[in-house]
Design a protein. Structure first.
Length: 56
């Protein structure tokens, strides 16, 4: 996918190598992703999210 599109991987709070602090409710996690889209090189008009659990 990265060959054809700009890709950004987000390590959400409490997941992966991110520290386990604060709230983990869906609204807070969505707000974190919104901050990445708003503050980074990602166009919200062309944004696609794919999630993968570490248990997959």
């Amino acid at each position: 996918m990265a060959r054809h599109f700009r890709t950004v991987r987000v390590d959400l709070r409490g997941h992966g190598d991110s520290p386990r602090v604060g709230s983990y409710d869906p609204l807070t996690l969505a707000a974190d992703v919104h901050e990445v889209v708003r503050g980074g090189p990602v166009s919200a008009s062309g944004c696609c999210a794919i999630t993968r659990s570490s248990t997959c």
